[in-house]
Design a protein around this ligand. Sequence first.
Ligand code: THU
Length: 162
Amino acid sequence: MTTAKLADRSFALGKLNAKDRALIETAAASARNAYAPYSKFAVGSAVRTKSGRIYSGANLENASYGVGMCAEVAAITSANSAGDFNIEAIAVVGYPMNGDRSASAVVTPCGRCRQMILEASQVADTDIRVICGNGDLSEVRVYMISQLLPDGFGPKNLGIKV
Ligand code: THU
């Protein structure tokens, strides 16, 4: 993917539609609950389901570093735990806790989270929108999970109808 194409998808918060704006603002609020004493990198996430409900989460680290959980996992798990797993959009926001939020880079989901979003997209039979922001939401990028994880391996590859 070229830089120009990435830049084309990048715009200010005000250009988002109202529903996506509410979603990314919920993700940003959730980042304040990050438990990230090791990386000192706060991440918040929020998912919107087809019901219109929003579920959020923050990253949760651990002294055994590899045990840590991403914010997206928390948000996706929250929706599923409520019995509301038809996700249509997910937002993610992150920033270094000790840094200047306006200078922070847009956070896009890690590889494991992309795989989890792909699973949710096959469950919902929807190409999930992934709305990504930097620390002060001065930069926002919108992708589809099919762009972030093209040709991914999911339940369909196993012949499983989810
Ligand atoms: N992190 C997330 O929660 N989501 C992402 O998409 C990127 C990374 C967390 C994991 C870890 O707690 C911290 O950010 C630094 O990697």
